[in-house]
Design a protein around this ligand. Sequence first.
Ligand code: GLP
Length: 244
Amino acid sequence: TVYENAHIASLRVAARITNLIKRKQDRGEKAVLGLATGATPVQVYEELVRRHKEEGLSFSNVITFNLDEYYPMDPSSRQSYVTFMNENLFDHIDIKRENIHIPDGTLPKEEIAAYCIAYENMIEALGGLDLQILGIGRTGHIGFNEPGSAPNSGTRLVTLDDLTRRDASRDFGGKENVPTKAITMGIGTIFKAREIILMAWNRKKASIIKKAVEGEISGEVPATYLQLSENTEFVLDEDAAAEL
Ligand code: GLP
């Protein structure tokens, strides 16, 4: 779906998330959301915060799993995805802290594999993700599933692509300060969500969106795997859709 601009598109996505939360509330159920970081979802989170403050939307029945975190990463650091999520969403809504899950960037290496299995199991135990929202990196990554990721991959430690680290260099004051690794949900983890929304805005995403939507399905552009999914919607602004 192509919207005139990112703001209008973000309001639509926030409305869908709101409807899901309310539908679940009415049934006395939890809403299990997969969340993303980056500039792309910021306006969605802003609108959710506004709906909480002005319209009384409650997140008390919401459980969240974030896609990824840099590794290693101190959660209190300015660049952590924990800080990002707190500043952009969690600090401003009534979600219970114990319902928030973000991959732990502080684990000793030898504990990561078991931790990743436990992350997957927690999602499964809740009945799976109701909705996963995604951005897209210029390498075609979703979460931090870089080129070469397998379609059935699970949550794991990955090595970041050079272009991804270059794109993150502004946040870290130079590429050399960007961690070389991350913990990310896998393509397989994302695929199990009942609904997936991939958002992209701006002209600089137009060429990767063309590849993701129209290109040959291949691990070289991990987002192309979404072409195989029946429940994925690409939500774009006109600039990101410009090459389609
Ligand atoms: C990071 C995140 C991705 C995100 C991507 C795009 O790599 N791990 O989940 O989709 O950045 O970021 P932005 O939305 O800032 O363009």
